[in-house]
Design a binder for this molecule. Structure first.
Ligand code: PLP
Length: 406
């Protein structure tokens, strides 16, 4: 009998944040088990609400959202995005350089699909937000991972980046503020990255979806402001800062030296036209969001929920024997290290599965973020303080006796 398999294009493609361990959690939930699920950065399921102004503008415009719109996105939203980027120092852009997508996710796929030929290489941070690696592989490219260094607050290792550049390298991906580490890169680090991009004629793809989520005065610097001469594509969206993941609205701005990429940019236009347009209703909320672009700030300061939850997660992780966690300066995650000898861990996926089964607590293991060793996992610090504490107590209890059985 003829059988059907998935395309070989998917051979190296994984997305463990919603992978087999999360699937087991779903199965357990179906059987009635209550699980604390800290695998996705999804603020809406932890009691966070988007600002009413965004919701009102979307509701008011539902009828206007019936037709297909401009394939790049509606003009008022693109104008608001352009003004926002300009106000943060990104120069030489018009609203024609802006594309709205069904989340940043769609734009990641689109930009990689348009860029890559078989064998082309892309520099991707390790650990990464795994959609980037998945997109490179899916569209025939090869990932060249560059290390981020835990001992240096998870900043990228510049020498490692240099050593990974080859004749086939077309682009470098920067995720800043970072998922899963919570790092906010220093200006010096970004300047070095830009230098490498310039010397090697690379495109910079900068995923800045957490640009406004920083703590204790950490300053996020949009990389596109540093070197107007290299082609840079910067990503942001409604999902995190405006707590509206489900609306599926993200955007990108193309800045810098566009002359070197006339054909590539035509390709982006083509792919954008082919998807007809991004989902219409949520685009009507973008202007309100960007008018209210500091709405997340109260959550990030002392007494604010995100900062409090971050501190609970990091402090309690560091108090667990065999765990250590760098304090994140941004985003919604920390990425603690486990003493794998102490816990006899050879598979971090098995660690995550054992924890789920014994303590009904779900984390994503570090190799799910393309970290090469089984010694990390990611904590999402979105649950309310009491739930966050409860999760960390369960983790501590679990690790107090855990020895992985091979
Ligand atoms: N980029 C990063 C670094 C993320 O962490 C996420 C989601 O967690 C995305 C992109 C996807 O964003 P969107 O919801 O806009 O598709």
């Amino acid at each position: 009998m003829r059988t059907f398999s998935k395309s070989t294009k998917l051979d190296n493609v994984t997305y463990d944040i919603r992978g087999p361990v999360a699937k087991e959690a779903r199965r357990m939930e179906m059987e009635g088990t209550k699980i604390i699920k800290l695998n996705t950065g999804n603020p809406g399921i932890f009691g966070f609400n988007a600002d009413e102004s965004i919701i009102n503008d979307i509701s008011k415009n539902l009828k206007n959202a019936l037709p297909y719109g401009d394939s790049r996105g509606i003009v008022p939203a693109r104008n608001a995005i352009m003004e926002d980027f300009k106000s943060r120092g990104i120069t030489g852009i018009t609203n024609e350089d802006i594309y709205i997508g069904n989340g940043v996710s769609e734009l990641i796929m689109m930009t990689m699909q348009c860029l890559l030929n078989p064998g082309d290489e892309v520099l991707v941070p390790m650990p990464d937000y795994p959609l980037w690696s998945a997109a490179v592989y899916l569209y025939g490219g090869k990932v060249a991972y560059y290390r981020c260094v835990e001992e240096n607050e998870w900043n990228p290792d510049i020498d490692d980046i240099r050593s990974k550049v080859s004749k086939k390298t077309k682009a470098i991906i920067v995720i800043n503020p970072n998922n899963p580490t919570g790092a906010v890169y220093s200006k010096e680090t970004l300047q070095e990255i830009v230098k490498i991009a310039k010397e090697n004629e690379l495109i910079v793809f900068s995923d800045e979806i957490y640009t406004r989520i920083t703590y204790e005065g950490a300053k996020h610097i949009p990389i596109a402001t540093l070197e107007p001469d290299i082609l840079t594509i910067t990503f942001d969206g409604l999902s995190k800062t405006w707590l509206a993941c489900g609306f599926r609205a993200g955007w990108m701005v193309i800045s810098g030296n566009k002359k070197v990429a006339t054909e590539y940019l035509k390709g982006i236009d083509l792919l954008s036209n082919m998807r007809l347009c991004p989902n219409m209703p949520s685009q009507f909320g973008i202007q309100a969001a960007l008018t209210n672009n500091e709405s997340i700030n109260p959550l990030l300061i002392p007494g604010g929920r995100l900062m409090e939850q971050r501190d609970i997660a990091v402090n309690m992780a560091n108090a667990i024997p065999g765990l250590s966690a760098v304090k994140p300066k941004g985003a919604l995650y920390c990425f603690p290290k486990m003493d794998i000898k102490r816990f006899n861990i050879t598979s971090d996926e098995k660690f995550a599965l054992d924890l789920l089964k014994e303590k009904h607590l779900l984390f994503t293991h570090g190799t799910g973020f393309n970290w090469p060793y089984p010694d990390h996992f990611r904590i999402v610090f979105l649950p309310d303080p009491d739930t966050m504490k409860e999760a960390m107590v369960r983790l501590g209890d679990f690790l107090a006796t855990y020895k992985q059985q091979v």
